[in-house]
Design a protein around this ligand. Structure first.
Ligand code: ARG
Length: 471
């Protein structure tokens, strides 16, 4: 192998070539590798480490290689191990000795660290924009269901009435946090390791702040040893995305339950469901199940990289090449799941009547009976006990709280008046809960106003990215 030819006398075994090589998967980084090389070359020329002319020739040829890769004209080879050496080899084949100057003051260690930082920044932004799209779809559906009452659950037992809008906005809050977590992860990735070289920087008079700036980074990393050893930003992104998958998985679980025959609260569109090969009546929520299933896979990707990193000494070790496949898998899986989710929610049918009907059993307004008595002057604990006895009576006699005769109410407590029936309608139970963050229409509208402000700044933030793409 020409790169190591000075030191090595024997040819590498075919077995080890294949084993070492990462080109099969890291060719995906070609664009970032070329961007990094162009920045490096501009930096070398600015500092007069190579001549301006040489810099121009290398940059022009790198752009030519980029086009050829995109047109499918280039075949990479495992002989050159990875994307970095493949591109350098092609450059040298094209322009000879001038091409050999590209690697001055640089190592593959800072090169690969740079490439995946650039890649991960772009991918984080893509995922953030999917999250915003999902939030927008959820907000739209919430708006259409501000007064669609439904049972809220604890322990998967009917608990208290809420609205479908309130339910959806709970997920909006989760995805908002996911968005913010990615902002933090992005910030950690936003420093350039270029110029850290193998581990100890370089004695050439390079300007790391300059190359960082033209690549769109906030600045250069502060310690060359750390720069080439660090994969925290990937772990940070993958842990944020694991939390996103946990949210998607909980949501999936509810979509599966709510669209089941027994619940029937929602109906998935045919376009996002599948049938059975034997049972003609079936319409299965496979997409939601797959998202739930893929959550384990994303957790696995995270645990894999954490485990890879936990025992390796500073600085670069080949173990770190294992970062890419799991990171790519994590990113691709999350993007796929988010896209499917956006479509699934956009086409979801909400069965408003069934949701309301579901509020009729399960005594979900029992807390409101207790609250009614408490307002009339007894302690909440006593009111709780009386209401418990009422519920027990209703269960034995086939009533619910709305249908139990007033005469009976009086037997349980003389504090009851005829207005008890009005106090416990499902609508009133929800609309009375109008404090900050509650399910009432007024609270939801307040929440939606706050969300508008969040969305505006998120959209501006996403649009302003990209400005620094040097290609
Ligand atoms: N293909 C390698 C990786 O992905 C690039 C860095 C190689 N550096 C080295 N010293 N062998 O990690």
């Amino acid at each position: 192998m020409q790169y190591f030819s000075g030191r090595f006398k024997e040819k590498a075994s075919d077995l080890i070539l294949d084993f070492h090589s990462s080109i099969k998967f890291d060719q995906r980084l070609y664009r970032y590798d070329i961007m990094g090389s162009i920045a490096h070359v501009r930096g070398l020329a600015k500092q007069k480490i190579i001549s301006e002319k040489e810099g121009e020739i290398i940059e022009k040829t790198l752009l030519e290689i980029l086009n050829e890769i995109e047109e499918g004209k280039i075949e990479f080879s495992i002989t050159y191990e990875d994307i970095h050496m493949n591109i350098e080899k092609i450059l040298i084949d094209k322009i000879g000795d001038i091409g050999k100057k590209l690697h001055t003051g640089r190592s593959r260690n800072d090169q690969v660290a740079l490439d995946i930082r650039l890649f991960s920044k772009d991918e984080v932004k893509k995922i953030q924009s999917y999250l915003i799209e999902l939030i927008e779809v959820l907000i739209k559906l919430s708006n259409e269901n501000l007064e669609t009452y439904m049972p809220g659950f604890t322990h998967l037992q009917k608990a208290q009435p809420i609205s479908f809008g309130h339910y959806l906005l709970a997920y909006v809050e989760m995805f908002k946090r996911d968005y913010t977590r990615l902002l933090n992860a992005f910030e950690l990735a936003d420093y350039s390791p270029l110029g850290s070289a193998a581990l100890a920087g370089t004695s050439y008079p390079i300007d790391r702040e300059y190359t960082a700036k033209i690549l769109g980074f906030k600045g250069a990393t502060l310690n060359t040893l750390d720069s080439v050893s660090d994969r925290d930003y990937l772990i940070e992104i993958m842990s944020s995305l694991s939390i996103t998958m946990m949210h998607l998985s909980r949501f999936s679980e509810e979509i599966i339950i709510y669209s089941s025959n027994d619940f029937g609260y929602i109906e998935l569109s045919d376009a996002f469901s599948t049938g059975s090969s034997i049972m003609p009546q079936k319409k299965n929520p496979d997409a939601a199940e797959l998202v739930r299933g893929k959550t384990g896979r994303v957790y696995g990707d995270l645990i894999s990289l954490l485990t890879t990193m936990k025992g390796i000494p500073l600085a670069y070790n080949k173990d770190m090449q294992e970062d890419k496949e799991v990171f790519f898998d994590c990113i691709d899986t999350v993007k796929g799941c988010l896209q499917v989710f956006i479509g699934m929610i956009r086409t979801l049918k909400v069965k408003k009547d069934i949701l309301l009907l579901a509020c009729n059993d399960g005594f979900i307004n029992a807390t409101d009976v207790a609250d009614y008595l408490t307002i009339k002057g007894i302690s909440f604990r006593d009111a709780y006990k009386i209401t418990g006895s009422i519920v027990s009576y209703c269960m034995d006699n086939n009533f619910n709280l709305e249908t139990m005769p007033f005469g009976k109410y009086i037997e349980f407590s003389e504090l009851f008046e005829k207005d008890i029936y009005e106090a416990i309608t499902i609508k009133n139970c929800v609309e009375k809960r109008d404090s900050f963050g509650g399910p009432s229409k007024v609270s939801l509208q307040n929440h939606l106003n706050i969300l508008e402000i969040f969305l505006k700044s998120a959209r501006e933030e996403l649009i302003s990215y990209r400005i620094n793409d040097i290609l």
